[in-house]
Design a protein around this ligand. Structure first.
Ligand SMILES: CC(C)(COP(=O)(O)OP(=O)(O)OC[C@H]1O[C@@H](n2cnc3c(N)ncnc32)[C@H](O)[C@@H]1OP(=O)(O)O)[C@@H](O)C(=O)NCCC(=O)NCCS
Length: 338
């Protein structure tokens, strides 16, 4: 095969040798929604919800509080923790499935609010795996030279897309935002990502109807529906091998970890993954779900922030993070904690 002819030689992209997370920040809305309150909408009990999901309470945003508002709070904290000025941010990646505008994306609005203009800014839709997708992209962008610093935000206002009267979902979801700043590094601070998808199972977690049905068929508000048991089985059986593959690719063993930070989907899923990974008992595990619920894209950065703030995980330690959810999609990587 002959090489295509061209008139000149392009400059190759010039990026940093390595990338790492410089800082994280989180935002939890003020309103605490207890299991007791949830049980005023569905036929359930505090005991059942705790036992089946590990959730004690969750946070809900105020009616007028938007995805962008929450993202801004988390982003400002992450930038401050990283010691980075918004003007140094070359790209904003915002992971969400609950920004209520089909277009434009939330990321450019966030970039403008932060004073990061004219940073590249776009949203990604990878549900509960969105943050880990963002970290993977940011790692490649910093090393590929398309941005020096990348702001990655996972944010959800799931209360807007939850049917309060659906026994299968009303108790699970919460609202919140988490952010990380990824930038150049002297050492590899973000390990290889193991990611993938299984679109054949798209219906297991899905908005119940497309917007076009809302327009044409006068259907109910299209909240997110979930086939709980199918998702549970998939998460328990298929995600531990993904987490193990991320460890293998990073060249570390479960014993080397300083923290395990899985998506906060359900406490029983977290416990099953610990078992399957044969995670040594002394390794701290994120259990933010108890007071935060399942905040989809925001869950891993929120849990990370809590572990660092409470001294459960050390700054500079090694953490295995894995996100999985609607798509179905997943992504996992080992990171050095900021
Ligand atoms: C949603 C979930 C907690 C439900 O738990 P489960 O054990 O699968 O519950 P089931 O649907 O099998 O129902 C078991 C029983 O509880 C009852 N039940 C269901 N929802 C209930 C509720 N909210 N309160 C009280 N009882 C409930 C059912 O009627 C059923 O009763 P029966 O045995 O008398 O028929 C669980 O499936 C789950 O966590 N799935 C994964 C969800 C998840 O992680 N999603 C996010 C992925 S990103």
């Amino acid at each position: 095969m002959t090489q295509p002819t061209h008139r000149g030689t392009l400059n190759p992209p010039a990026g940093a040798k390595h990338a790492r997370i410089w800082g994280v920040g989180g935002y939890r809305p003020e309103r605490v929604v207890t299991n007791e309150e949830v049980c005023t909408w569905i036929d359930s009990s505090d005991e059942w919800i705790r036992e089946r999901s590990g959730i004690v309470s969750r946070r809900w945003a105020a009616p007028e509080e938007s995805v962008v508002d929450m993202a801004e709070q988390a982003a400002r904290k992450a930038l401050a923790a990283a010691g980075i000025n918004p003007s140094q941010v070359g790209a904003v990646i915002l992971a969400t499935v609950t920004h209520p505008y089909q277009t434009p994306a939330a990321a450019p609005i966030l970039a403008d609010r932060l004073g990061a203009t004219p940073a590249a800014a776009f949203d990604i839709s990878a549900a509960c795996a969105g943050y880990c997708h963002g970290i993977s992209l940011a790692n490649d962008m910093v090393r590929g030279g398309s941005a020096e610093y990348v702001l990655v935000v996972g944010v959800e206002k799931l209360s807007d897309f939850t049917d309060k009267h659906d026994r299968g979902t009303a108790f699970i979801f919460g609202d919140g935002a988490g952010a990380a700043v990824v930038g150049p590094s002297d050492f590899p601070g973000i390990g290889p990502t193991v990611w993938g998808s299984d679109g054949a199972q798209w219906e297991t977690i899905s908005q119940r109807d497309p917007w076009t049905s809302v327009r044409d068929h006068d259907v109910d508000w299209p909240a997110i529906g979930m086939a709980g048991q199918s998702v549970f089985r998939w998460a328990v059986w298929s995600m531990a091998p993904v987490a193990q593959a991320a460890l293998d690719k990073a060249g570390v063993s479960a014993d080397d970890l300083d923290a395990f930070i899985p998506h906060q989907a359900n406490m029983r899923i977290i416990d099953a993954m610990i078992k399957q990974l044969k995670l040594p008992a002394h390794i701290p595990v994120a259990r933010d779900i108890a007071e935060t619920g399942n905040t989809s894209a925001a869950s891993i950065p929120l849990a990370t922030e809590r572990m660092l703030e409470q001294g459960e995980a050390p700054h500079g330690g090694l953490a295995l993070q894995i996100g999985f959810g609607a798509g179905l999609v997943y992504a996992a990587q080992v990171v050095v904690l900021p």
